[in-house]
Design a protein. Structure first.
Lengths: 250, 273
């Protein structure tokens, strides 16, 4: 009952957005160079998928994103584990971590170009450096929250270090960790898109620059729509993961 | 570190399970370790540049960076670009606060509005706002307005979502008490709902500010007319990245100070963590 009411409202929201868009564009109230009609954009999406390379770019961007995200999560946990579990190490490296968090990602451009050249590897590296610092901080926070009494119990029962990590630390920090994973996913996507816009000629980010550079505005919006779909899927998937782990822990 | 003991090896990497060894360590691990690490890295970088192991034309060197900063300060360009970047950012964030707070209040109070419009905000929130840079530049032209629009779009969505959550967390009992004490409609908003939303506004602002800063700087890189991002665009194509590093340091420093300020405001408003 409530569910269908919510769904009805969401549908109405979609109609409001599309209706407003149609009202502004079909009578020509807005310059079509800024906002084309819904049918023009839909046409561009279909053409991009059937004749053009939109599908390839979607796959490429998604693939790069998945690799970046996975690397960032592993790196973040690896680098955050020791400061998270050992307070003195945390005191020592905390300023370095907050420094890494505050460096704007555009800083890395020149170095990446010099070290890795234009193309895939620079984009990959940018995605990883964008997402890793936030994964480190959430790993630190998550591991600090692990119940110290449980760790002592583990030590008393002579559980090995790997066993204590896998059986106590990871499960105990899963809820906070998955929150960090969700944020890292969003950041990795931003890093990949910025990287593709400025450091590559492949992928959705590069297509944004290309299409708008050639004033092919419907094609530009087609890329934006594809990007919105990817972003939404990422947000929904990791939101669900976070909810599931929160339910699992409590 | 004013320690009377003779300094031994740093205990920073010592295992925590053996406190005996640490008792004898004169130097206790602390934030100074980070400073030391940074100094060592800077020294290695400079030494590498001097010995030629690192090509200073490609990767610069600390001395070159300081020289570039000095030159940019002297010409007035650094100050002008810093003001340009952060003035547009300020305009963007002020608009985002007002609009985000209003949207958040409306969606937080009305269930129907939330059902209808929340998911559009979630889609926007998950999407990199930098994708809108080309179309915003097409719509309003290059210059300060485009940067402000991108900054606004980046900041307004997290603010609205956080404020919405804050308003929804106001306990119904509180509202019933207010109503039984004959609070008027306007008093309910000004005395209860708006104050309750403020800590969440600060949280949304902290996230929104960082995103707006990214948006503004990337717009400047995309269209290098003015602002600190201009140096990044130049550094990307020229060989010597010294000026790029200076610009990035200024962006990082000012950004960090502002974020710390917002966090302090959040704590003063009574928000947790």
């Amino acid at each position: 009952m409530t569910r269908s009411r919510v769904l009805r409202h969401q549908l109405a929201g979609a109609l409001v957005v599309i209706g407003l868009w149609a009202l502004l564009t079909y009578p020509g109230l807005v310059n079509p160079f800024v906002l084309p009609t819904p049918t023009a954009v839909l046409d561009a999406v279909v053409r991009g998928l059937t004749e053009g390379s939109l599908g390839d770019h979607v796959l490429r961007t998604s693939g790069t994103f998945v690799v970046c995200f996975a690397l960032a999560v592993l790196l973040g946990i690896a680098l955050g584990a020791t400061p998270g579990l050992v307070p003195s190490v945390h005191r020592s490296v905390e300023p370095l971590i907050s420094l890494a968090l505050s460096v704007p990602i555009v800083t890395y451009f020149a170095f990446l170009v010099v070290l890795l050249g234009y193309g895939f590897w620079s984009v990959l590296a940018l995605g990883v450096v964008t997402a890793t610092p936030t994964m480190i901080t959430s790993t630190v926070t998550a591991f600090q929250e692990v119940d110290a009494a449980l760790l002592r119990v583990g030590a008393v029962y002579t559980a090995s270090r790997p066993a204590r990590f896998l059986r106590i630390v990871l499960p105990g920090s899963l809820a906070t960790l998955s929150g960090g994973v969700r944020i890292a996913a969003g950041r990795a996507l931003i890093g990949v898109i910025v990287g593709e816009m400025f450091l590559s000629s492949e992928g959705l980010g590069a297509q944004i620059v290309n299409a708008s550079g050639f004033f092919d505005i419907p094609a530009y919006y087609a890329v934006v729509v594809a990007l919105a779909v990817i972003s939404y899927v990422v947000a929904v998937v990791f939101g669900a993961v976070e909810n599931r782990t929160a339910a699992y822990v409590t | 570190m004013r320690s009377v003991d003779t300094p031994h090896r740093s205990a920073a990497t010592g295992p925590p399970a053996r406190p005996d060894r640490r008792r004898f360590a004169g130097l206790r691990p602390g934030p100074w370790v980070s400073g030391a690490v940074l100094l060592v890295l800077l020294a290695v970088w400079q030494l590498g540049a001097w010995t030629g192991l690192i090509d200073p034309r490609l990767l610069s060197s600390p001395v070159r960076v300081v020289a570039a900063a000095w030159e940019m300060l002297g010409s007035g360009a650094l100050l002008r670009d810093t003001v340009s970047t952060f003035a547009t950012l300020l305009v963007a964030v002020v608009f985002a606060i007002v609009v985000g707070e209003l949207i958040g209040l409306a969606l937080g109070r009305s269930e129907r509005l939330r059902w209808t419009f929340e998911w559009q905000l979630v889609v926007l929130n998950s999407m990199p706002r930098i994708a809108f840079i080309p179309i915003v530049i097409l719509a309003v032209g290059v210059g300060g307005v485009a940067k402000s629009v991108i900054g606004f779009l980046s900041a307004v969505v997290p603010i609205a979502l956080f404020v919405m959550t804050g308003v929804r967390q106001v306990s119904p009992t509180m509202i019933q008490v207010a109503q039984s004490l004959a609070f008027g409609r306007s008093a309910l908003w000004t005395k209860i709902l708006v104050p309750a939303s403020l800590p969440h506004l600060a949280l949304g602002l902290r996230l929104g500010f960082s995103r707006a800063l990214l948006g503004v700087v990337v717009t400047e890189v995309f269209n290098p007319v003015a602002g600190l991002g201009r140096w990044i665009a130049l550094g990307r194509t020229s060989i010597d990245p010294s000026r790029l590093i200076v610009a990035a340091l200024v962006i990082g420093a000012v950004g960090t100070v502002v974020v710390q300020g917002i966090s302090a405001a959040h704590r003063r408003l009574g928000g947790a963590s």
